[in-house]
Ligand binder design. Structure first.
Ligand SMILES: N=C(N)NCCC[C@H](NC(=O)CCC(=O)O)C(=O)O
Length: 445
């Protein structure tokens, strides 16, 4: 049986901008108000998708969301036609207006948590969109994300879609950015590692002091229940509160795993020994590589700056594992030295590929943030909406679509231009036809 780990990358939306919306995310804060380049951002993302597809990986694309979100602004009391709603909000509540303009759905590691069929009680793939409650701009995503996922994975025989968790900080859920899966074969039984930042119902437990812990233990448990995972296939681990306070707002900024490898920083978790023991005993095989990076090799600060761990760890068709890293890793002396040495060691990781995703990095989104992983058997892959898979043809069509509709440059003040809303809706309407998604956007309903 053929089985794969497919990567579904988020297509960067036409309003990609830097608004400094994410407290606790160093890059987002430090690039606030910088000029963005939506066309370049979308093309950078597409190039990465095409490169992975050329390496023989199954690569898909998830559509972006409709922004500015005038419906969210109306809900907050702004009235009139769309242009008036936007202008009033920009004048009276600029921060709220900017939050309603973010193209943050591009980071599809936060779109959902996905449990492959090998792990679930009913043998189907389960999806739960993340509620992203901790940041207002991201909390606008789950409903449309759910519709896009349903249009991409439509067959009820193989795919189950759950409603996102209650929109409340107690069940703060950031999706696959805090989730990884270990297994022997992608189609077989695996162990799912759920990572959280704090306990919502127990104040006595450790928690960060400076920056928010976005994801709770209670959210992890709820998703595991919804997906029909049994106790013996799940491991829960708390992030080290100190690293959250150093800018590690999601666990995928400090750890990445795949199959029989966990690549992580020594400071990532609160109790590494316990977590390692539980992973090994639940997996039931010993051929496992815990690749721990020590502070003396790469500091947490350097890891956050370069996104060493926000790399994709992929299993190539030739059996080797490769790391897909941002250029920032290549440009850092300590990180590039570390990676050059790593691929000569006795681990499955034998290649490193560097990509320019700077437009995303400037908002705190590296290669791993841009993708949602879905482990699929051949049969399940054949049930995925074929228009969403990257081929030579779909890649060329998507690049042409971006070149036709996207602006080269965007300043924060441009977001209030009613013409941008018209441009975005025209582009997205055409995209739903290209990807055969149906009417997923509010303006289409
Ligand atoms: N680590 C993962 N998986 N994802 C990265 C998400 C980055 C995103 N940045 C933003 O939303 C910034 C938007 C702005 O400031 O304009 C966030 O903080 O949620």
């Amino acid at each position: 049986m053929h089985q794969f780990e497919a990567n579904f990358d988020g297509l960067v939306g036409p309003t990609h901008n830097y608004a400094g919306l994410s407290f606790g995310n160093v890059a987002s804060k430090s690039n606030a108000n910088a000029t963005s380049h939506p066309k370049q951002a979308a093309l950078q993302g597409l190039q990465k998708m095409k490169a992975l597809s050329d390496m023989g990986m199954v690569q898909g694309v998830l559509a972006p969301q409709e922004r500015p979100d005038v419906y969210a602004l109306r809900r907050l009391g702004f009235t009139g036609n769309d242009a008036t709603v936007m202008q009033q909000a920009y004048k009276l509540a600029p921060h709220i207006f900017l939050a309603c303009c973010s193209a943050s759905s591009m980071w599809t590691a936060n779109a959902a948590t996905v449990s492959p069929s090998g792990d679930t009680a009913d043998g189907k793939i389960h999806f739960t969109p993340a509620n992203l409650t901790n940041k207002y701009h991201r909390s606008l995503e789950p409903e449309v994300t759910g519709r896009i996922l349903q249009a991409t994975f439509a067959d009820p025989e193989h795919f189950v879609h759950h409603l996102h968790l209650p929109e409340n900080e107690h069940f703060g859920d950031e999706g696959a950015a805090n989730h990884t899966r270990f297994c022997h074969d992608y189609g077989g039984k695996g162990v799912e590692l759920f990572v959280f930042g704090r306990y919502a119902f127990d104040d006595s437990k450790p928690a960060p002091r400076k920056f928010p812990a976005r994801h709770t233990f209670e959210a992890c448990e709820a998703v595991a229940r919804l997906h029909g995972l049994s106790e013996d296939t799940v491991v829960y681990a708390q992030q080290n509160p100190a690293v959250i306070d150093s800018g590690v707002f999601h666990n995928d900024v400090i750890a990445v795993g795949n199959q029989n490898v966990l690549f992580f920083h020594e400071k990532a978790f609160l109790d590494t020994t316990k977590m390692k023991k539980e992973i090994l005993s639940k997996l039931g095989f010993d051929d496992f590589h815990f690749i721990q990076v020590d502070e003396s090799d790469v500091s947490v600060e350097e890891a956050v700056k370069t996104y060493l761990f926000n790399t994709q760890l992929i299993r190539l068709p030739n059996g080797n594992m490769a790391i897909v890293a941002p250029k920032e890793c290549e440009n850092s002396e300590s990180v590039s030295r570390y990676l050059s040495k790593l691929i000569t060691q006795n681990t499955p990781i034998k290649e490193v590929h560097y990509f320019d995703v700077k437009q995303s990095m400037q908002n705190g989104g590296g290669p791993a943030c841009l993708r949602l992983r879905v482990a699929l058997t051949e049969q399940e892959k054949n049930k995925v909406n074929p228009h969403t898979l990257i081929t030579e043809h779909s890649y060329n069509a998507l690049c042409a679509w971006v070149n036709k509709h996207y602006r080269d440059e965007l300043h924060v003040a441009d977001l209030v231009d009613p013409q941008l809303l018209i441009e975005s809706r025209t582009a997205l309407d055409e995209l739903t036809q290209l990807l055969n998604l149906g009417s997923v956007y509010p303006f289409q309903r």
